[in-house]
Design a protein. Sequence first.
Length: 554
Amino acid sequence: MNKTTRRILIVGGVAGGASCAARARRLCEKCEIVIFDRGPHVSFANCGLPYFVGEVIQQEEKLLVASPALFSDRFNIGVHTETEVLSIDRDNKSILVRDLNSGEERTEHYDALVLSPGARAIRPPLPGIDLPGIHVLRNIPDSQRIRAALKHAKRAVIVGGGFIGLEMAENLSGLGLNLTLIEKTAQVMPPLDPEMTVPIADRLIAEGVDLRLGVGVTAFAEMPQGGLTVTLDNGDSVETDIVILAIGVQPETSLAVAAGIELGERGGIKVDASMRTNDRAIWAVGDAVEVNDLITGVSQPIPLAGPANRQGRIAATSIIGGHPELQFRGVQATAICGVFGLTVASTGASEKSLIRCGNLAYEKVYLHPGSHVSYFPGATPIHIKLLFSSDDGRILGAQALGENGVARRIDVLSMAIQMGATVYDLEESELCYAPQFGAAKDPVNFAGMIAANHLRGDLPLAHWEDIADTQAKIIDVRSPAEYERRHLPGALNIPLESIRQRLSDIPSDQEVWLICEVGQRAYYATRLLMQNGYKVRVLSGGMKSWDFISRSAL
Ligand SMILES: Cc1cc2nc3c(=O)[nH]c(=O)nc-3n(C[C@H](O)[C@H](O)[C@H](O)COP(=O)(O)OP(=O)(O)OC[C@H]3O[C@@H](n4cnc5c(N)ncnc54)[C@H](O)[C@@H]3O)c2cc1C
C-alpha cells in the first residue's frame, strides 16, 4: 500500500465517482478523498428511477445507496453536494468549484483528479423543446418533477424506444396512463438487430401502447386548454399531458474540453486501460469516456452502470498504484431490459455493428428453445440469436428475449465472450440443470451445438437475406397442418416423417433449403438428406425466425 498523503478529488459522486472514492479509501488510508457533485445526492440508484416514477419503488430513500454522512463516517471521504466544478487548471493542479446554494467559489488543489461527470440527456433544438411538460430522467429531482406532473396526467408521450423509453413505458402504463411511444428508427431497442425486436413491439402493442416506429418529432406546442401537442414528421400530431424525452445521452465533456483534455473519435474522453487521460494527473470514468469495444475494437462511449463501476475501481487502483494488472479490458455492452414481462438482453456485437465494422467474418444462428424442459410447467420460449466468427468459431455476440431465463443465458454468453470462448466451448459448457431451471442440453449448449455443427459442415446454413434470390428448392418438413397455416412462397411440403419414402420428390441436381418451425426437424432432415448425397442447407430458426425477419425493418 502506498503511504504518501495525496489529495484525490472526484467530480461526480454516483456510479463511477462513488466507486472510485470507496476503492481509493480501501487502498489508501492516508489519502484525502473528496467528492463534488452538483446534484443534491451522491451514490443514488439512477437505474431505479423509472421504477420510482412508476411507484414500484415507493420510498425515495430506497434510491440512496450511500449518503454523504455514510461516506464521511465509514470511509472518511468528504462529500460536497450541490457544488459544481466549474473548471480545471491543469498547470496548477486545481479546480474551481461553486457552492450552488451560497454562490461562493473557491479553488481546490489536487494530486489526482477523477472525472466521472456522466452523460447528459440529448435535447434536440426542436420548437417547444423547453416547455415545462417535457421531461428527461437522469436523477432524483427529475423523477420528482415527473411524479408531480403525473398527478394531473392521463396521457403520456414517450419519445425514444431505447432502454429508458421502454422502462418508462412499462412504468407509466402501470400507473394507468394512455401511452404513445414514438421512435425515429424502424425498431425499438436500437442495440439489438431489428428482427430480434419484433416481439418487443408486439408486446408493447398488446399492452395498449400506441407505437409509432420510423417517425420523428418535429415540434412541441402548448394547447390553450392545457396539455401539449407533439407534431410528427409524417404530418400526424399527438395530444398529451406529459412528454418523456428518452432519445439517448451524450458524454458530459464540457469540463474536459475546456481544460484541453483529449477526446476520442466519438466525443467521449479518451483514456488508456488504467482510465488515465492524456494528463498524467487526471483520470476519467463512466458515461463520459470512450472505451474500446471488446469485439469490434471500435472506441465508443457506453453508458452502462457496470462499466462505470468497474472503471471507477480501476482508476482508483491506478491512482494509488500497486496492481498494474488491473486494467480495463473493454466493453461488451452487456445490457438487459424488462418490458411488460418480457426480458430483452444482449452482449457483444450485433449483426449490424459487425456489418458496420466490416472486418470480421461472421455467421449467425437463430434458435427458440424453452426456458426449461417442456414437461415441467411454466416453460416459455427464449428467442436467441448467436453471432460467431466463421473463421474460428469465436463468439462475437448474442441477443435473447423471452419471459424467463434470459438473463442467465446472456450472462453465460457474456462471460464466454470475455474469455474468448468459441462455439465449441458452448457445446461443452456444463450448466446447472434441474427440470424447473433448464434442460440437460441448455439453450446455451444448443446454440453452441448448432453453430459448431455448421462450422464442421454437418449443418450447412442458408441465409434468410438470400431467400428472395435463391435458385434452391425450398422444402418445408413440418406437418401438412402446420404448412397450411403459413409457409414460404414456393415451398414444397414433405413432412420429416415421410422424407425417406419421398426421396425421389427431392431434386438431386440443385441445392435444397430446408425449413421447419424452429429448426430442429430441418436439422434431422438435413442429416438424412446429406447422407443420401443431397446438397442441403437449413434456414436457421425456421418459420419462427422468418416471422420476426419478415416483419422487421431488415
Ligand atoms: C433512468 C436511468 C436508468 C438507467 N438504468 C440502467 C440500467 O438498468 N443498467 C445500467 O447498466 N445502466 C443504467 N443506467 C445508466 C447508468 O446509470 C450510468 O451508466 C451510470 O450511472 C454512469 O455513471 P457515471 O459515474 O459515469 O455518471 P452518473 O452516475 O450519471 O454520475 C454523474 C454525476 O456527476 C455529476 N456532475 C456532472 N458534472 C458535474 C460538475 N461539473 N460538477 C459536479 N458534479 C457534476 C452529476 O450531477 C451526476 O450526479 C441508467 C441511467 C438512467 C438515467
